[in-house]
Write a protein that binds this ligand. Structure first.
Ligand SMILES: *Cc1c(COP(=O)(O)O)cnc(C)c1O
Length: 449
């Protein structure tokens, strides 16, 4: 199994070519545990199977039970739209067993990943010298940043950090933020939002009324909530963070990509004042899974917190600041060179193409919102801020939305799942795929008549 197999290579490459050439990518379906279990029965056996048979099984039985998040009709959760260059280079990363753990082992990977991170840092307005690493997802990024917030609190205040620290979060923050705080043993100070936006005023008010205000060590703002695409009052939060020596982390997992879009750039004023931020290229920056960027204003703080000391690792850590170890900037050690597909695609396509593709997602969202308003039987819940559009079909309750969503998928018209907004079940479009057309939106809206 370690020898080059020409036939198996051709087989897999042929399937990759077919998939890359699909235009548009078909949606496909959900799965049934019974049927999927039956398809797999007996597969794991001492003597193995023909590669062609296993491939056929996967393509016919399993892949069809995966809703394609890169279909332009996938408008639920946060879709994906990886560039062809990024997908191809991801395959190359795999075939080359590239990893990006340390400078000693993988300097060529590290410089390329850091070049991509630098583009993101500069686009965010972060100063030279900021940096970090790519992690598996926004959840891992939030967790790793908040560990640094916790462990450097004492350093920030010139005294011991509190024994029972709190971090302020909005009640519209992503679930991964609450989970991360739970994992690291930090309590959440939940700040009520003003129209779903965390503001400096609300934060200051919550701090002033909190009996343990001195235990609050940080604040998390969201630049583009997942449910509605709302960007918090970043400058207001930055002011309060500065006044109170709080670590200011921005969760831009979804919306951070819009830093590339001149038409909405003004919403992100204050982003450049954070101590750390994340953005998921596997969402709106057109990279394959799993790719999240985690960037610190002062990476040396993260390094002091995250470096793993073990005797066999001592050789990795030199005193030369140019020798950057991505393993030192998050909770991980061995890591896939997951930033390289983004790096390759940015280098090949150019940064203007990224600006245009993000703007295209915003334009589709604006067009979608207009179509919803023009359609007699649908109603916009609010004007979209980024590319998430909430809307309702007056008269419908949750079971209506659920049944509609299921039939849209089974008819392969779209994958659109409902969400909850201020206690009401509503429909939600998350746009970002540049291939989503006005006709597709009209087709979906027509099914709600
Ligand atoms: C998607 C998302 C996350 C979680 O990112 P994963 O890559 O799924 O781990 C965190 N915050 C926000 C705002 C998100 O949209």
């Amino acid at each position: 199994m370690f020898e080059f197999d020409e036939a198996m290579t051709d087989l897999v490459m042929r399937h990759c070519r077919e998939r890359l050439a699909l235009n548009p990518v078909v949606l496909d379906f959900g799965g049934q545990a019974q049927a999927l279990g039956d398809a797999l029965r007996g597969l794991m056996r001492p003597e193995g199977n023909e590669a062609a048979d296993v491939m056929e099984l996967f393509v016919d039985k399993l892949a069809t039970a995966v809703v394609s998040c890169d279909s332009p009709r996938f408008l639920s959760f946060i879709p994906a739209a990886p560039t062809k260059a990024a997908l191809l280079f991801d395959m190359f990363v795999s075939c080359s067993s590239l990893h990006g753990t340390s400078w000693l082992e993988a300097a060529g990977v590290v410089v390329a990943e850091n070049q991509a991170l630098e583009v993101l840092a500069q686009t965010a307005g972060f100063p030279r010298g900021s940096g970090g690493c790519f992690v598996a997802g926004g959840s891992a990024g939030n967790l790793s940043a908040l560990v640094v917030a916790r462990d450097t609190a004492g350093h920030r205040r010139g005294k011991e950090g509190p024994a029972r620290p709190l971090i302020a979060v909005s009640d519209d923050a992503h679930s991964s933020v609450g989970k991360a705080l739970h994992v690291i043993g930090v309590e959440a100070l939940v700040v009520p939002t003003e129209d779903h936006r965390l503001t400096g005023r609300a934060l200051r008010n919550a701090l002033d009324h909190h009996p343990r205000v001195d235990d609050v060590i940080g604040v998390v703002a969201t630049a583009g909530t997942t449910n509605a695409g709302i960007v918090d009052d970043l400058s207001g939060v930055a002011d309060v963070a500065q006044e109170r020596a709080l670590w200011f982390h921005i969760d831009g997992a979804y919306g951070g990509a819009a830093l590339f879009a001149p038409s909405v750039r003004y919403k992100f004023i204050g982003f450049e004042r954070a101590d750390s931020f994340i953005v998921d290229p596997h969402k709106w920056l057109f990279a394959p899974f799993d790719c999240a960027a985690l960037i610190y204003r002062q990476p040396n703080l993260a390094k002091a917190v995250h470096t793993q000391d073990a005797s066999y690792l001592a050789v990795l850590h030199s005193e030369n600041p140019e020798e950057w170890n991505p393993s030192d900037y998050a909770y991980h050690l061995t890591r896939r060179a997951r930033g390289l597909p983004l790096w390759f695609s940015m280098a090949v396509n150019g940064l203007d193409a990224y600006r245009d593709a993000v703007e295209a997602g915003l334009a589709i969202a604006r067009r979608g919102a207009a179509l919803i308003s023009e359609t007699p039987h649908t109603e916009l819940v609010r004007i979209p801020e980024l590319s998430v559009v909430l809307f309702r079909r007056p008269g419908w309750e949750k079971p209506d939305y659920d049944a509609w969503s299921a039939s849209l998928l089974s008819d392969q018209i779209g994958f659109v799942t409902p969400t909850t907004w201020e206690g009401e079940t509503v429909a939600r479009f998350a746009f970002l795929h540049p291939g989503t057309t006005e006709e597709m939106i009209k087709e979906i809206l027509a099914t709600m008549a």
